[in-house]
Write a protein of this length. Structure first.
Lengths: 314, 499
């Protein structure tokens, strides 16, 4: 390489460095570990990996996506709570399993909601109660009627809060359901489509089946209606004051210095706002990006804790 | 019926230079990561997925399919050459592949694995392309009771692999089931046997257990015994050409074994969640049962290799049946392919063929192309690997050991996984020393959670009324078949025992 080109290259490098420095004063001292609280091959994994890639592209930081499965994020957050608060790690988890554990076995966890600084939320999983299109009911009241005349009704679920919500419904209505526990939404779909379950829970996998007319939506299990089904009422709207609201959120160790925290909040907000992340998350979850910001994330978890507490108080 | 022009357009896409290049790159990557003990194709796919967003859909998915298919072929290589399978399904290949390699015929052993693997894979791809729709309907009918019956049948068939002592076999299986119970129970979501370790909430990580028991235990064993400088695999100086290749006659002699393996793999693959390990061992066990010379199994039988490889590879194509028609992934690699579809805005499900016909036929074309490339790359790659492992064993084993550590670290989320891997390596070492079958342990461990969840679902469906079982005639028939197989194998064992 000629001297002239070397100088030009150095100058270009310096200019880029200066531009980066102007954008944010803080950068991680080493690699930034973006930990995903679930194993490879699920929606959390997809969100974590695309956010890590865009963060890397946008900030130039060495962002490393790592899967830390175990207990729906409990293992990962236990680790993060006990890390030095230097902004070198960001965890991506889902609110429901964390809240359920905080409610059911708080004394056995190494953390509580104060153990973290909250950075952002990515999206809300829109959880639906669905049934086969040929089921002789269209709403929760109809499902209850069906269970009365058929000695129960088999429901497919893949997380404890879903089961608890339906147990509450059954208790309030004085009926019983049969609960088929599975490993995920697609396994629920298989049981419903195969006729082994009459209804079950889905968070996006059901959309093509709604379109094809093989499944129908009975209720939104979230606090609000779903963007793709504005006419289907929520469970509270159908007379049962219960909801399940899983939100994907980012957090780091509590006590992280303010400049580091602000840099992470800004970087995540920018990444979540990028077209690439919008498209991938939209395609994967079928729900839009919702970034509630640091305070909004904390409030969502505080409210969620009260709601889950109610769910478990049977 | 889709239009011919769309099928042709799709196939044309598959043969575009860009797609061919990505598939080839995927196959090479897959064979490489599959052959390195520890790092498997699943991890390679997970890492590659965000990057496929930048490619066009067919190139990205073709690449992942290439990695997956290449990994199936590559996975047999360490199992055969070093007896260090990186995944439980390759453990079945090692049963006969490794003895044959020890006899100085490593090329013959790996080539048989390659040919059987590509044959099984192609068979299941053809089934996928031609009859996926009716098969998917059939798979839907397989509810919890039927799956429970199938799991019982799998356990009964695999009991045939228990070796000389029935009681030791049962102890190994019970131990495997016990370890499978660690984690959150599927019915009530209460943590079991996790001793305060939150990493164990989702159970003992399968990659750590499998690599620890299968690969690390063997590596430790060999490192402990090795003295002086020796090649990891020795090939006789002068070797006849016949020992380096698989002749057409040898391949043809295995045709029924391969066909049976491909059929078992395809059927099990079409049912989500059962997986290639059960297929490989069921095929191996039934090939041995059907053989006129069952004594040759475990001593380097080509039939043994062919049975295992044709079955575990044919799971791959069949796994795409529930994936493409219902959007239901059968295993982790299928789940990763779904995420690749979804980030491109393609939702697997009932409209897939209608809305994305061209992409799907492109994918089918890419799968067939990947099989051909697997054969080609394998032919060249195998020679290379056999040369690599003729390096001194101290070098090969320590490198392999390091790769196992790296792979388990990545796949099971850190140092904890490495601890699990080492603990199970020690357990396997002890089990081997006292004549307990590690393979039986692994199969029980692998199938345990599937057995439990289908049992729990069945019990929920019966709701305390055992007579409701009569509503599931096919499930009952499978259970009866499982019972009959168990009795038959037990009698045969008594009959064989005096030998």
């Amino acid at each position: 390489m000629s001297l002239k080109r070397t100088i030009a290259a150095i100058a270009a490098g310096a200019a880029m460095f200066a531009a980066g420095a102007a954008q944010a004063d803080w950068a991680p001292g080493g690699p930034l570990s973006l930990q995903i609280g679930f194993a490879a091959g699920g929606s959390t994994d997809t969100i974590g990996r695309i956010v890590a890639k865009v963060l890397r592209d946008q900030t130039g930081w060495n962002v490393v996506a790592e899967n830390k499965p175990g207990g729906g994020g409990i293992a990962m957050f236990t680790g993060i709570a006990n890390r030095p608060a230097d902004g070198s790690v960001v965890g991506l988890g889902v609110s429901m399993p964390i809240l359920v554990n905080l409610v059911t076995r708080p004394d056995k966890l190494d953390f509580d909601l104060d153990s973290f600084d909250y950075l952002a939320t990515a999206a809300r999983a829109q959880l639906a109660l669905v049934a086969r299109a040929d089921a002789p009911f269209d709403d929760v009241a109809g499902l209850i009627e069906y269970a009365k005349t058929h000695d129960g009704a088999a429901l497919a679920f893949d997380a404890k809060p879903q089961e608890l919500a339906m147990r509450k419904v059954a208790q309030m209505a004085g009926i019983k359901f049969q609960y088929l526990s599975t490993k995920g939404g697609s396994a629920n779909a298989k049981l419903i489509l195969g006729g082994q379950a009459i209804a079950g829970f889905e968070a996006g996998e059901h959309l093509p089946f709604l379109e094809s007319g093989e499944l129908k939506m009975i209720a939104s299990m979230n606090e609000s209606r779903h963007n793709y089904a504005p006419d289907t009422p929520t469970l509270p709207e159908q007379g049962f004051a219960i909801y399940v609201d899983p939100v994907f959120f980012f957090a780091t160790t509590a006590g992280t210095p303010e400049d580091a925290r602000e840099a992470l909040v800004a970087a995540l907000a920018a990444a979540l706002d990028s077209d690439e992340v919008r498209e991938v998350v939209g395609n994967t979850l079928k729900s839009p990006i919702v970034n509630m910001g640091p305070e909004g994330t904390r409030k969502m978890l505080d409210d969620g804790l009260a709601n889950v507490g109610q769910l478990f108080a049977q | 019926m889709p239009e011919l022009s769309m099928i042709l357009a799709g196939l044309g896409d598959a043969f575009s230079l860009q797609t061919l290049a990505f598939v080839l790159f995927g196959v090479i990557t897959g064979q490489f990561v599959g052959a390195v003990p520890g790092i498997g194709p699943v991890m390679a796919m997970a890492i590659a997925i965000p990057f496929t967003f930048g490619f066009d859909a067919l190139a990205g998915i073709g690449f992942l399919v290439g990695v997956n298919k290449g990994g199936l072929v590559g996975g047999a290589i360490p199992a055969v050459l070093l007896n260090t399978p990186g995944t439980p399904d390759a453990a079945a290949t090692a049963l006969d592949g490794y003895p044959l390699a020890r006899q100085g015929k490593p090329l013959k052993a790996t080539k048989m694995a390659l040919f059987a693997s590509v044959t099984g894979d192609t068979f299941s791809d053809i089934v996928l392309i031609t009859v996926s729709a009716p098969l998917a309907v059939l798979a839907l009918r397989m509810g919890p009771v039927e799956v429970l019956g199938l799991m019982m049948l799998a356990f009964a068939v695999i009991a045939g692999l228990m070796g000389s002592s029935l009681s030791k076999g049962f102890i190994a299986a019970a131990l495997g089931l016990l370890c499978a119970m660690v984690g959150t129970d599927p019915e009530h979501a209460t943590p079991r046997l996790f001793f305060g370790q939150y990493e164990l909430y989702d159970g003992l990580p399968l990659p750590a257990v499998a690599i620890g028991m299968l690969a690390i235990a063997e590596l430790l064993n060999r490192l402990a015994r090795s003295g002086g400088v020796r090649a990891a695999v020795t090939m006789p100086e002068r070797q006849s050409a016949a020992d380096k290749r698989v002749s057409w006659a040898e391949y043809w002699a295995c045709r029924y074994t391969i066909a049976r393996g491909a059929l078992i793999g395809t059927v099990l693959g079409a049912l989500p969640g059962i997986g290639s390990t059960a297929a490989a061992f069921m095929s191996y066990a039934s090939a041995r049962q059907a053989s006129r010379d069952p004594g040759s199994f475990g001593k380097g039988s080509l039939h043994g290799i062919a049975a295992a490889e044709s079955a575990n590879s044919s799971v791959m194509g069949a796994n795409m049946i529930p994936l493409l028609t219902l959007g239901i992934p059968g295993n982790v690699s299928a789940a990763l392919i779904i995420s690749a579809f979804m980030i491109h805005g393609v939702q697997p499900g009932p409209f897939l063929f209608e809305q994305q016909g061209r992409l799907i036929y492109g994918l089918f074309g890419a799968m067939i192309v990947a099989n051909a490339m697997n054969l080609l790359v394998g032919q060249i790659g195998l020679r290379l690997w056999v040369r690599v492992v003729s390096a001194p064993e101290s070098f090969i084993f320590s490198t392999a050991l390091l790769m196992c550590f790296v792979g388990v670290y990545l796949a099971s989320g850190g140092i904890f996984g490495i601890g699990v891997m080492l603990a199970f390596a020690v357990l396997a070492f002890v089990m081997n020393a006292f004549g307990f079958s590690v393979v039986v342990f692994i199969i029980a461990f692998f199938l345990g959670p599937r057995l439990e969840i289908s049992l729990s679902q069945t019990l929920a469906l019966l709701d305390g009324h055992p007579l409701r079982l009569l509503d599931y005639p096919f499930g009952l028939a499978l259970m009866a078949l499982a019972g009959a197989t168990g009795i038959y194998l037990a009698r045969r064992r008594q009959f064989d025992a005096p030998e």
